[in-house]
Design a binder for this molecule. Structure first.
Ligand SMILES: Cc1cc2nc3c(=O)[nH]c(=O)nc-3n(C[C@H](O)[C@H](O)[C@H](O)COP(=O)(O)O)c2cc1C
Ligand code: SF4
Length: 445
């Protein structure tokens, strides 16, 4: 049965301070699934995860079980790395998940590590998350003491270790290959792919990188079955989703919600609507890397495939008459991303909001490839002059052309993450940019 508002898979212990301790976690059924998982064959766990249609919650929505299947069968050493770097503006779910239920993440990781036959495993946590790091490290220590982690876990002969590694505040270290470099003590810059981490990752070994929320769903899948999890969701996306709603809503927050919930429902039924009777102007659906939805596109479900293919969402354009091509004539509409929903009401100065987003990407570009290093800098400079009322008549086309030059031409997806929202905002709010530029011209006359 599809999830309803209030259905909980990963937030059952939210608000229960005691559940952070091992005793409190066990008292609420915690580590029960681990015993079951350790008795299963690794390939049966992967098969269950495949059947669940669990898709990665870190941004790309890739099928988790399928990704696990890419690890070569004859690999001598495999690693599982949990990506807890969470730095995408608008996204703040993983920190809440870790804070309220650290043992669920650990249990999910041990079950997943068993499926992958991974012995030495890591959680890469954003450096600024001091509170969550302390909670998590305490939980890992407790799990070692109780024998859930170690050389011979629960007397099964299975070895599983978990090291928590703190990042140092770089957004790019959330990109999985930059994360692996950083974990190895190298500069946190993305690697060229292929080889993908599942074939050659941490320390040269096959490595699966999964998001916090992704891994925290695994115990419920093994407990209640992949089919149950799949039924909770919508289409090819199983389960619920953690969504972080910020911006112009009366009740912002982090919520576990049904996969098929629409943006209209999120804004009005979950978050109490827009303050002071104002209207929605734009919604960023999945962290600031994603093209926005306009006020006519909010009845679309917040599900991975719907956001890419629902024809109610207008395609992103490079310029009037030229659709942005994702490859093979596929239009870019938007994507579910990392669940960070930012609501902008009709008082929002769109060019200024876009400049702020571009400033972030220009600052966070690792500088390794030219289109991103130079392009994000120019997107920031030109959008800034438009936002500040110093724009030139050709600036809208100039911004589009810079963004188009970045997209698809870089080592990692940070380039796309800057280019796509720029093109999306220019497509849907071109008039706002033109009005600012016309105002600038009048001011100059
Ligand atoms: C610039 C950039 C930043 C990213 N930051 C994160 C992050 O903070 N957390 C995360 O889980 N994934 C992040 N990702 C996605 C990861 O590269 C990777 O796809 C993800 O961790 C895989 O986990 P999943 O399959 O469970 O989604 C980022 C990607 C890019 C390009
Ligand atoms: S796209 Fe940007 S962040 Fe990614 S590798 Fe190139 S310069 Fe670095």
């Amino acid at each position: 049965m599809p999830a309803e508002i209030g259905t909980k898979v990963v937030t059952t212990r939210f608000g229960n301070e005691n559940a952070k301790t091992l005793a409190g976690y066990e008292a609420t059924g915690g580590y029960g699934t681990l015993r079951k998982a350790l008795a299963m064959r690794p390939e049966d766990i992967t098969a269950e995860v495949k059947a669940s249609n669990l898709r990665g919650r870190g941004g790309a929505g890739f099928a988790t079980g399928v990704k696990w299947g890419f690890v070569p069968k004859d690999a001598k050493a495999v690693h599982l790395v949990c990506n807890a770097d969470e730095s995408e503006p608008g996204t703040c779910k993983d920190r809440e998940l870790i804070y309220w239920d650290p043992h669920l993440l650990i249990e999910g990781m041990i079950c997943s590590a068993h499926a992958l036959r991974a012995v030495h495993n890591y959680i890469y946590i954003r450096g600024e998350m001091m509170r969550e790091y302390a909670v998590l490290q305490r939980a890992v220590d407790e799990a070692y003491q109780r024998g859930y982690l170690g050389k011979n876990i629960l007397g099964t002969g299975i070895e599983c270790h978990l090291t928590v590694h703190r990042g140092a505040g770089a957004y790019i270290c959330g990109e999985e290959t930059a994360l692996l470099n950083s974990l190895e003590g190298e500069r946190g810059q993305p690697r060229l792919k292929p080889p993908f981490p599942a074939v050659k990752g941490a320390f040269g070994n096959p490595t699966i990188v999964n998001n916090v929320e992704t891994l925290m769903n695994v115990p419920a899948i093994l407990d209640k079955g992949g089919a149950w999890f799949n039924d909770l969701g919508m289409g090819r996306s199983g389960g619920t989703r953690m969504l972080c709603v910020s911006g112009h809503v009366k009740k912002p927050g982090v919520f576990e919600l049904p996969m098929g919930i629409t943006f209209t429902q999120i804004i009005h039924d979950v978050c109490g609507g827009v303050p002071d009777g104002r209207k929605v102007k734009a919604v960023i659906p999945g962290g600031v890397s994603m093209p926005p939805l306009d006020a006519d596109e909010l009845d679309v479900p917040c599900e991975f495939d719907a956001l890419q293919t629902d024809e109610r969402i207008k395609p992103v354009m490079v310029r009037p008459g030229q659709q942005f091509d994702l490859g093979g004539g596929r239009p870019l509409r938007t994507m579910a991303g990392s669940g960070g929903i930012v609501v902008l009401d009709d008082t929002t100065d769109i060019p200024r909001a876009v400049w702020r987003i571009m400033k972030f990407f220009a600052h966070e570009s690792c500088g390794q490839c030219t289109p991103c290093r130079e392009g994000t800098g120019w997107l920031e400079k030109v959008s800034r002059r438009v936002a500040e009322g110093r724009g030139k008549p050709d600036d809208v086309d100039l911004l589009a052309s810079i963004a188009h030059g970045i997209a698809g031409n870089t080592i990692c997806a940070l380039g796309d993450a800057a280019a796509w929202p720029m093109l999306g905002f220019l497509t849907k709010y071109r008039a706002d940019f033109e009005a600012k530029i016309a105002g600038a011209k009048r001011g100059a006359a």
